[in-house]
Design a binder for this molecule. Structure first.
Ligand code: IMP
Ligand code: MG
Length: 176
């Protein structure tokens, strides 16, 4: 068990299981994008640790950029997405792969995908470490999903509870 601020979390996905799955995802992306030159767009802050490990296993020539979005306050989605930091790279004509930590309601991803398509990306695909299918409100095509999980609040490996817990090296779930 770990305590983050005022809440207790239990082990959920171990480091070893994360490692194995992320190696597979890197291989899948490398195979699908062989000979192409994708632009990875990492969604900060949550995806920083996942992106760092995933991209070490991607062996195609690629560019990597970062965008910062936020829709959560504490453990509830606010339903609004604030874009905090924009993309410096030109997206027009590029094959974009968005790297996200978790898709919950799908609101963040659907808004980001719309923005990238409006900027005339040649293609937009999503790679997310976690997906909560039961929480999803907006249909989006998720090309690469690490783990489908129940609709429970998780922290660690980049994911936070009120700004804390991102440095945990595995995924923990809020204890009932
Ligand atoms: P969505 O827009 O509802 O899909 O929310 C996606 C964003 O909410 C993610 O990028 C996370 O930052 C955050 N989020 C969703 N579920 C969790 C969770 O269980 N723990 C921590 N952050 C979460
Ligand atoms: Mg996020």
């Amino acid at each position: 068990m770990v305590t983050v601020k005022d809440k207790v979390f239990a082990p959920f996905i171990e480091r070893e299981a994360l490692n194995q799955r992320i190696v597979d995802m890197g291989r899948d992306i490398s195979r699908d994008y062989k000979g192409r030159n994708p632009l990875f767009v990492v969604v900060l802050n949550g995806a920083f640790m996942f992106a760092s490990d995933l991209l070490k296993g991607v062996d195609v020539l690629c560019e990597i950029s970062f965008i910062k979005l936020a829709s959560y306050e504490q453990t509830q989605s606010t339903g609004k997405v604030k874009q905090i930091l924009g993309l410096a790279e030109a997206v027009q004509g590029r094959e974009v792969i968005v790297i996200e930590d978790i898709v919950d309601t799908g609101l963040t991803m659907s808004q980001l995908i719309s923005q990238l398509k409006a900027q005339e990306a040649a293609s937009v695909e999503v790679v997310t470490l976690l997906h909560k299918p039961e929480a999803q409100k907006i249909a989006i095509d998720l090309r690469y999903v690490g783990f489908e999980i129940q609709n429970r609040f998780v922290v660690g490996y980049g994911l936070d509870y009120d700004g804390l817990g991102r440095n945990l090296d595995a995924i923990y779930v809020l204890a009932e």
